[in-house]
Ligand binder design. Structure first.
Ligand code: TPP
Ligand code: MG
Length: 322
């Protein structure tokens, strides 16, 4: 990748990390609506994959979706306002943390039903092929989702119809409190690709450069009519499954081992080593991103609450929109 792309990926990873850290503090210190599932530790996956996507490409996301939506280009202020359930939120307070969507930048939705985004991405891929505009669809999902029926149905159909879809499994070791090897009889979920006759690759999900390069190949293949790919990004979530869940099921020292390969720290070093970045360039990204996140909180706090009757605008009846 060139230096511009590397700095872009770094910025996105910082945005995700700082957004999530801020949100964690907010949930600790003030009443916040709903719950949340944090993406800290997995930033390289969303940032590396989405750096290969155009605005009109599609993604489907999950309950752990803040990172995907930031990486795909949703407005951070609007995501933050959604966390606060404000009228200015990207879903006008009707979605919340687990249901972020922004059709304007191709985010078809964060979907909290595990695995449900996979067939939706296949459907989006079908529309990409039908309209012939060289768009692609990417589905992000977890290791737990890979054991849902929707995984088989979605990937099988995309493979049979050679749809332009990239299936990105974020193997963060756990599905809730269950280690993936307790419920998955093979080490690599990517090995399942052969059952669908499509390429499958295991990727170091802590290394944004590796994620970018592997997903670039998969996205290009999809754009060129070569059909889908299954990428399994090996990664780790630093926080518990949701909000204040304590992750007591982890081995002692496990988190610390993964933190040694922190994706943000790792890629920051690479910027100096391989991309000729200067200290000034990188620290100005750090500072700018901190400012953006602080401003997003102020924006969200100052935004109006939705009117109680607003929900009626989003209800469909047999006669049409109410
Ligand atoms: C169909 C379905 N089953 C169960 C749940 C409850 N649930 C929510 S998240 C989750 C774990 C998902 O694990 P994984 O797919 O690995 O994603 P991760 O949370 O690790 O990102 C479960 C079981 C759900 N939301 N949907
Ligand atoms: Mg998981």
């Amino acid at each position: 990748m060139d230096k511009e792309t590397a700095l872009y990926i770094y910025r996105k990873m910082c945005e995700i990390r700082k957004f999530e850290e801020k949100l964690y503090q907010l949930f600790l210190t003030r009443p916040m609506p709903g719950s949340m599932h944090q993406y800290i530790g997995e930033e390289a996956v969303a940032a590396g994959v989405c750096a290969n996507l155009k605005k009109d490409d599609y993604i489907t996301s999950t309950h752990r979706g803040h990172g995907h939506c930031i990486a795909k280009g949703a407005d951070i202020r609007a995501i933050m306002a959604e966390m606060f359930a404000k009228k200015t939120g990207c879903c006008r307070a009707m979605g919340g943390s687990m249901h972020i969507a922004d059709f304007g930048v191709g985010i078809l939705g964060a979907i909290a039903i595990v695995g449900a985004g996979i067939p939706i991405a296949a459907g989006a891929g079908w529309s990409c092929s039908y309209f012939g505009k060289r768009q692609v669809a990417v589905s992000f999902f977890g290791d737990g989702a890979a054991n849902e029926g929707a995984f088989h149905e979605g990937i099988n159909l995309a493979a049979v119809w050679k749809l332009p879809v990239v299936f990105v499994c974020e193997n963060n070791v756990y599905g809730f409190s269950t280690h993936y090897r307790r419920v998955t009889p093979i080490d690599n979920i990517a090995d399942r690709a052969c059952a669908y006759g499509i390429p499958g690759k295991v990727v170091d999900g802590m290394d944004a450069e590796a994620v970018y390069e592997e997903s670039k190949e998969a996205v290009e293949r999809a754009r060129d009519g070569g059909g889908p790919t299954l990428l399994e990004c090996k990664t780790y979530r630093y926080k518990g499954h949701s909000r204040f869940e304590k992750a007591g099921y982890r081995e002692t020292g496990e988190l610390e081992e993964w933190e040694k390969r922190d994706p943000v720290v790792l890629f920051r070093k690479k910027l100096f080593q391989y991309y000729d970045a200067t200290e000034k360039q990188v620290s100005s990204i750090d500072e700018e991103v901190s400012r953006v996140i602080e401003e997003a909180v102020v924006y969200a706090e100052k935004s109006p609450d939705p009117d109680p009757g607003d929900y009626r605008e989003y209800i469909f009846t047999p006669e049409g929109v109410e």
